[in-house]
Design a protein around this ligand. Structure first.
Ligand code: HEC
Length: 151
């Protein structure tokens, strides 16, 4: 658990010198209005079951490294971020998507990476993520599909 968090922090904290990378050709452009992204990325439809897998997967969202979630079969839940129980009762789908895509719009110093942040704007990124988003647009939509069921 500690190790997972450490790995996560390592890949968001390694500085890389040089120019900005080009935007991936399949990047889905999004816009945030009043701290919400109301349109699904590339109009993709999310798969809730895959979203549940991704929030647990340490190579996917790895959300459990920092958040408690209503997934009792997983024993290790982080407490760096707020618990996500009942999330959809206090946020719209568009707000949930916005947090996932670009948490640093909400808190510039957040330890939570922008999972679909424009990679050209990344200032601290490990080689593995140079010029790429951490999650694909489909993975973001899958996780949104799962999170919006948390009432
Ligand atoms: C490295 C730790 C870390 C990881 C990994 C992480 N988060 Fe977060 N998250 C935070 C912190 C800390 C906050 C609180 C706000 C802040 O400081 O940015 C937060 C805030 C949030 C919020 C806003 C909650 C609220 O009540 O305002 C949502 C939604 C969220 N995270 C979802 C996720 C999801 C989904 C994942 C996985 C895809 C994830 N987070 C991965 C640390 C993390």
């Amino acid at each position: 658990m500690r190790l997972q968090l450490l790995l996560m922090l390592t890949f968001i904290a390694v500085p890389v010198a040089g120019d900005h990378p080009p935007l991936p050709t399949d990047y889905c452009h999004w816009s945030m209005h009043e701290l919400a992204i109301n349109e699904p990325l590339c109009n993709l439809e999310g798969d809730r079951a895959n979203g549940l897998k991704l929030v647990i997967d340490t190579h996917g969202g790895n959300c459990l490294a920092c958040h408690q979630m209503p997934i009792p079969e997983e024993t290790l839940h982080g407490t760096v971020g707020p618990p996500l129980h009942g999330l959809a009762a206090r946020m719209t789908e568009g707000q949930i998507r916005a947090h996932l895509v670009d948490q640093r719009r909400f808190n510039p110093n957040s330890v939570m990476p922008g999972f679909y942040h424009d990679p050209r704007l990344a200032s601290r990124v490990a080689d593995e993520y140079w010029g790429k988003t951490i999650l694909t647009a489909q993975q973001v939509e899958d996780i949104v599909a799962y999170l919006k069921t948390l009432r």
